[in-house]
Design a binder for this molecule. Structure first.
Ligand SMILES: Nc1ncnc2c1ncn2[C@@H]1O[C@H](COP(=O)(O)OP(=O)(O)OP(=O)(O)O)[C@@H](O)[C@H]1O
Length: 267
């Protein structure tokens, strides 16, 4: 674990300490996730303990097959762990029933995906309000003002009646970000959010996520392969073979690339 900053979450192992809990929006404790059995068994997660700090932008990096998507899915309650615990705030989601988990996800988690995942038949306005619709409620006046603010500041004001196919990839991803921010979720999970964008539009999207974290205190956990994307984060967690192998504070893309190269050479 060289190059680990003194501010990392795991070095002092405070994951279980009550003091640090308040500062963590999500925690994974000794999580394993296995697929298959016998000789074909794959340990996608092999004992991960990790905290996602509240109000920060965390990137989760690692080579293909290292367990990034699996980690994100179990943290978001989209998949279950084989052993171990996952907490969202003070709620241990590994104990929840499916229906409870669905409600918790709707109310406390936001998602931004590589493929945008907008509903093609709904216009921008309806896509943004979808999390409220699914939860059987309408935005309050304060929430509606918040959405208007986001729409305005992301330059989508004149696109509200457009359908997704009438928008550029960058605009579609901005709609997805407004939708994710609209309910002020405890945590936004972003899965390769710039994977389908050209590099300049991708940087704009990353700058927006970083800004949401800085200005609004939005907690974000982003899975990425890309050192440039990770350079926008406050903190970077590196996975290899289903294990957290290192954590770093804010770093340049060059530093991250060099670090990853070193990791691969040592593997
Ligand atoms: N449903 C599944 N059945 C069997 N093995 C799986 C399944 N899902 C993931 N795996 C295996 O678990 C390991 C981790 O997969 P995961 O998708 O989490 O990695 P990743 O780091 O997100 O990879 P990538 O960057 O390529 O998306 C891989 O070896 C993968 O083949």
């Amino acid at each position: 674990m060289d190059n680990v900053t003194s501010r990392t979450i795991t070095t002092a192992n405070p994951i279980l300490s009550p003091d640090s809990r308040t500062a963590l929006v999500a925690r994974v404790v000794d999580a394993t996730k296995s697929y298959g059995a016998g000789a074909g068994r794959v340990n996608a997660l092999d004992g991960v303990t990790l905290g996602i700090p509240a109000g920060q932008f965390t990137a989760i990096m690692g080579p293909s097959g290292s367990g990034k998507s699996t980690l994100m899915h179990v943290m978001a309650g989209l998949d279950t762990v084989t052993t171990g615990q996952v907490w969202l705030g003070d709620t241990e989601i590994t104990r929840l029933k499916d229906a409870e988990l669905t409600v918790l996800r709707r109310r406390r988690v936001g998602f931004v995906f590589q493929s945008f995942n907008l509903v093609p038949t709904l216009d921008v306005q309806a896509n943004i309000r979808l999390p409220f619709e699914l939860d059987g409620r309408r935005p309050t006046r304060t929430q509606a003002e918040w959405i208007d603010h986001l729409v305005g500041s992301l330059g989508l004001g004149d696109r509200l009646t457009h359908r997704p196919h009438e928008l550029s990839g960058g605009q579609q991803q901005r709609v997805a970000i407004v939708r994710a921010l609209a309910t002020r979720p405890d945590l936004i999970f972003a899965d390769e959010p710039t994977g389908n964008l050209d590099s300049r539009t991708g940087r704009d999207v990353l700058a927006l996520l970083a800004e949401a974290s800085r200005s609004y205190g939005q907690s974000i956990a982003m899975v990425t392969h890309d050192p440039i994307a990770a350079s926008f984060a406050d903190r970077i967690v590196f996975l290899a073979d289903g294990v957290v192998v290192a954590e770093r504070g804010r770093s340049s893309a060059e530093e991250i690339s060099t670090f990853m190269l070193g990791m691969e050479q040592r593997a």
